[in-house]
Design a binder for this molecule. Structure first.
Ligand SMILES: Nc1ncnc2c1ncn2[C@@H]1O[C@H](COP(=O)(O)OP(=O)(O)O)[C@@H](O)[C@H]1O
Ligand SMILES: [Mg+2]
Length: 362
């Protein structure tokens, strides 16, 4: 098991001071709108690297009119207890988030925490996954890839950095062509890697959906296609570079790159060629829940990781089938789960292993 034993938050969002002990299985935060349920999930999500569930600015984490936030937890992995503290700090007039592991701060510590804690996060926007913009789908893919491929975020950042740098050169009509060639070579190299990881993630969904059909009748067969005007499998770096070079003029005008993994989309189909976007809202929810189940199955069985699930407002459109599916996700694996909702009785289907916290009573 990997799990959070407790949390103490200090000057975080709407909380002055708040502490709770968690169940190592299932935890539900309930209470009226605005009471701080999502804020608590966010507080958990920032015990690892990054800006957490909302990807917000660090400054916004700090309670209004306070100077810093500082949250603590005890995290258990394979029987070993770790103290983690995350807090804000000002450096060069900018707010930064720092993490201490057993009192120590360093980049090794950050990497250690990243390999200790794996989050799978569901945000309410995911309910509209198949109707939303391609960005929402790319973000979900990228989040899922990051859950097992720890270098993936560095790859995305390196790619973005090169796109921006190329644009500065194009905009300023800088004439050092070999510099531009080198940047385009890097963009092609990183771009292809990102495409490959996304294709691998599609395969993971498809294969693991088949595996989980052993445990649950799956109402549809799913296939996923990368929808991209430019990418084709086995594209070479030279071909990719050639297209980038050809696009220099247009890219200079649009201020980015017309092609690449930051533009691509993935389309989900059920039963051969029926677009998931045409399913009923509840059926779309089924498909999204299935993706989370499949990803958990992959992480637990193939990556030997125990993800922590943060499921924000998961309980709309839960018919009997979706309840069974959500229960499977919670109970099939030995993993810790956090859920939020406005009322306790929305979660009456959960077993006695669940701790309920009324967040309005602080
Ligand atoms: N930095 C902050 N300082 C004080 N209050 C904040 C801060 N950031 C957010 N809030 C407040 O927290 C509340 C939202 O909490 P949230 O966790 O999203 O609610 P919910 O329980 O509905 O999920 C809002 O009332 C918002 O104004
Ligand atoms: Mg909320």
């Amino acid at each position: 098991m990997a799990y959070f034993k407790n949390i103490k938050v200090n000057n975080f969002r709407n909380f002055n001071y708040f502490n709770i002990d968690f169940s190592q299985k299932c935890n539900v935060f309930y209470g009226s709108n605005g009471c701080g349920k999502t804020n608590l999930l966010e507080a958990i999500s920032i015990f690892s690297k990054g800006r957490g569930l909302r990807k917000d600015k660090i400054f916004n984490f700090i309670k209004k009119n306070e100077e810093y936030f500082s949250n603590d937890t005890n995290f258990i992995d394979k029987g070993i207890e770790y103290e983690i503290n995350t807090f804000s700090e000002i450096k060069n007039n900018k707010f930064q988030k720092k993490i201490k592991l057993n009192g120590e701060i360093s980049s090794e510590v950050n990497n250690k925490i990243q390999s200790l804690i794996t989050f799978l996060i569901y945000v309410p926007e995911n309910e509209r996954l198949f109707l939303a913009s391609p960005t929402t789908r790319r973000n979900l893919f990228d989040h899922f890839i990051f859950s097992y491929s720890l270098n993936y975020n560095s790859l995305l950042n390196a790619y973005k950095k090169n796109i921006i740098e190329r644009n500065i050169i194009l905009k300023n009509n800088l004439t050092d062509k070999s510099w531009l060639d080198k940047i385009e070579e890097d963009i092609a190299k990183y771009g292809i890697e990102i495409y490959e990881q996304r294709i691998k993630q599609s395969d993971i969904f498809e294969k693991n959906l088949e595996h989980i059909s052993e445990y649950l009748t799956i109402p549809f067969k799913v296939n996923i296609q990368i929808n991209d005007s430019f990418f084709k499998p086995r594209i070479t770096i030279d071909e990719y570079k050639h297209i980038l070079r050809k696009n220099r003029e247009i890219d200079k005008i649009i201020g980015g790159s017309k092609i690449g993994p930051h533009k691509s989309d993935t389309i989900f189909y059920v039963n051969q060629n029926y677009p998931a976007s045409q399913l009923s809202t509840g059926q779309q929810k089924t498909l999204v829940l299935l993706l989370y189940f499949a990803q958990c199955y992959y992480l637990v069985n193939y990556c030997k990781k125990k993800p922590i699930l943060l499921l924000d407002e998961i309980n709309s459109h839960l018919d009997d089938y979706n309840i069974q599916l959500l229960l499977k996700i919670v109970e099939h694996f030995e993993i810790q789960v956090f859920m939020t909702g406005t009322k306790k009785d929305l979660f009456s289907f959960l077993s006695t292993n669940t701790n309920f916290y009324n967040i309005s009573i602080k």
